[in-house]
Design a protein around this ligand. Structure first.
Ligand code: ZN
Length: 159
């Protein structure tokens, strides 16, 4: 941990900030006070230490998914298991194994959107699993046939 601290140049930090400013948590951290900056870097370090790979984490999308900087350039969406979903600007859901639930019985107690209960022929619940580790990465309830929603496209190049 200390080693990583030492290797972080200001330029590296600046790039990290630029790459992650649109993340609500980051914005808050940076606006609140300079002290919180440090907290954020520590937070990234903690995340980094938890994953088994070395690609630099720029952003955490969910429990398992990160946007990372590849050594050879490029930013990809990556699962903590190491599976990569390709360029972060493409919808990672397209690279998932998808399980679609349609019947009321299957939906069970999971659904919280009231309309879904009454229109199970119109809506479907999709579960997106990582092909690498089979972690559940996301769930969406959408009209049948609707394209997979792309929930977040962080503007990493805004700055
Ligand atoms: Zn995975």
């Amino acid at each position: 941990m200390m080693e990583r601290d030492d290797r972080f140049s200001k330029e590296n930090l600046r790039r990290l900030v630029e790459g992650t400013l649109h993340w609500e948590e980051v914005k808050k951290a940076i606006r609140l006070s300079p002290k919180d900056n440090d907290r954020f870097w520590k937070y990234l370090e903690v995340l980094q230490e938890k994953v088994p790979w070395n690609d630099k984490i720029l952003l955490r999308i969910s429990d398992h998914l990160y946007i990372v900087a590849k050594e050879g350039g490029g930013r990809v969406t990556k699962c903590d298991c190491g599976h990569e979903f390709g360029d972060y600007r493409t919808n990672w859901k397209l690279g998932c194994q998808v399980y679609v639930r349609k019947t009321d019985e299957e939906i069970g107690e999971v659904i919280t959107i009231p309309e879904a209960r009454h229109n199970t022929d119109l809506v479907e619940m999709r579960e997106f699993y990582c092909p690498g580790c089979y972690a559940l990465l996301g769930v969406e309830v959408v009209p049948a046939g609707y394209p997979p929603m792309f929930e977040m496209l962080p503007d990493l190049d805004a700055f």
